[in-house]
Design a protein around this ligand. Structure first.
Ligand code: FMN
Length: 428
């Protein structure tokens, strides 16, 4: 017995989702990994929609390239190419634009509507054929008329590419959001009130695709929330026709700080370390002592040897500063530190304070490597990483305390004067 709602690729024909709005997308139930990083236990859908007005038909987004034939068959079932006047591209990632070149070969006369940043990606997509087509750049408030139907655009960049936008079908309170409010969940029953329970997938999609762009998601929600919305038609997953606003509310919840704020105006500094023989651990404790002298900063210290870093990502997301300590082992930082750094791609790190420290035996590469990665994550790294050869002496522990004091001062917005030994500089 086939599982309820499960469909084979190409087995699902066009389906009306609202008056004169038809789903012409593709089902991909067997996909198990998306964009390298996402697990898709239920596969996904590439949603495309046809909107029929009295003076034209618009196609909203297309599908992944390998589903082009399937997609065009659905389009042809609902409209002749000569009737199609508009192609709206809400986002130009290949899973939504794979079928665009072939579609344009059949409907070269259409007006292509893209956001300002979408224009750049469209040029890269169409290469030397770009000039053959009519392209209109649309911004928030711009409209395209299909006669008795009107499409209004909302520029919503970075949810999750720079080019993303939403399109609002005014007369039917229907919002096409592409990746925003979407998820990877393939179910031939198409609608949120018919498909299986996909809430896990909705949140998972947010966590891995939207979370690093929380600030921009907030700006997009600010534009969307005032609209009358009867239905949300995303680019992946179920069409949200039952309680669509609940999904917007859930996005609001997901972009809101998760941890109760106990810190008030205090800045938060998190220090994580690993240590085989205790040298880096001693440094970590001294740095913590130094930073904790500041009344403006709340410092937390964690030994993450052999641990799972996942639980700390929420903490780091909300913290103002992150300090990582690692010895150099075989010319490198320890794996759990790299695990933590690679997990930070799920959150916004730009502008967060970063610093590195660690003990070493001879060459001590780890600290520089960690610092380099922090800079790659666009963190602010105001202090050169602190390296100490083998176990720290009493003086070196005081150096660590000073390092902590200076980091706290940077966080509190009052960088400390550094005492410069002029005689050492002059070789005296
Ligand atoms: C297996 C192993 C590999 C090491 N590889 C390096 C290395 O490549 N470069 C280096 O400078 N020190 C290396 N060291 C020395 C450590 O970095 C040094 O002992 C350091 O003080 C350890 O700090 P910890 O007590 O915080 O673990 C290595 C030590 C061990 C045990």
């Amino acid at each position: 017995m086939p599982q309820a709602g499960r469909a084979r690729p190409g087995s699902h024909g066009p389906e009306a989702v609202a008056d004169r709005v038809t789903w012409v997308g593709a089902l991909d139930p067997d996909l198990r990994t998306f964009d390298i990083i996402l697990k898709t236990a239920n596969g996904t859908t590439y949603n495309s929609y046809a909107v029929r007005g009295s003076e034209g038909v618009a196609i909203i987004d297309t599908v992944k390239q390998e589903f082009t034939v399937d997609f065009l068959a659905k389009v042809e079932a609902v409209a002749g190419y000569d009737e199609i006047t508009t192609l709206v591209l809400n986002h130009l990632e290949p899973d939504h634009t794979g079928a665009v070149p072939e579609f344009l070969r059949r409907a070269p006369h259409v007006e292509i509507c893209v956001s300002p940043r979408g224009l750049q990606v469209l040029k890269a997509l169409l290469k030397d054929r770009f000039d053959d087509y009519k392209v209109t750049v649309v911004r928030t408030g711009d409209t395209v008329s299909l006669g008795d139907r009107t499409l209004r655009f909302l520029t919503t960049p970075y949810v999750h590419w720079p080019d993303t936008q939403c399109t609002y079908l005014e007369e039917q309170n229907l919002l096409f959001t592409c990746d925003l409010l979407g998820c990877h969940y393939c179910d031939g029953r198409l609608f949120n009130d018919k498909v299986g329970d996909f809430r896990f997938s909705f949140d998972y999609y947010f966590d891995h695709i939207m979370r690093p762009f929380k600030r921009y998601v907030g700006e997009a929600l600010d534009l969307i929330e005032p609209l009358n919305i009867d239905m949300i038609a995303p680019g992946h997953g179920p069409v949200l026709r039952a309680h669509p606003r609940d999904y917007i509310t859930q996005y609001r919840r997901l972009i809101t700080k998760r941890l109760a704020s106990e810190t008030g105006d205090l800045k938060t500094l998190l220090i994580f370390y690993v240590s085989a023989y205790g040298a880096t651990a001693q440094m970590a404790e001294a740095i913590t002592e130094g930073a904790a002298e500041s009344d403006d900063v709340r410092v937390s210290l964690f030994d993450i040897q052999g641990g799972d870093v996942t639980p700390f990502i929420d903490l780091i997301e909300e913290a103002d500063g992150l300090v990582l300590g690692t010895p150099t082992i075989n010319g490198d930082a320890v794996r759990v530190i790299w695990d933590m750094l690679s997990s930070l791609v799920d959150i916004e790190t730009k502008g967060k304070l970063g610093a590195a420290f660690g003990s070493y035996g001879w060459t001590g590469e780890a600290v520089n490597m960690v610092e380099g990665r922090m800079q790659g994550l666009k963190m602010r790294v105001p202090e050169k990483g602190l390296r100490i050869k083998m176990h720290p002496t009493t003086d070196e522990l005081e150096e660590c305390r000073d390092f902590g004091r200076r980091l706290a001062a940077h966080l509190a917005g009052r960088p400390m004067e550094r005492e410069i030994d002029m005689s050492a500089l002059l070789g005296g």
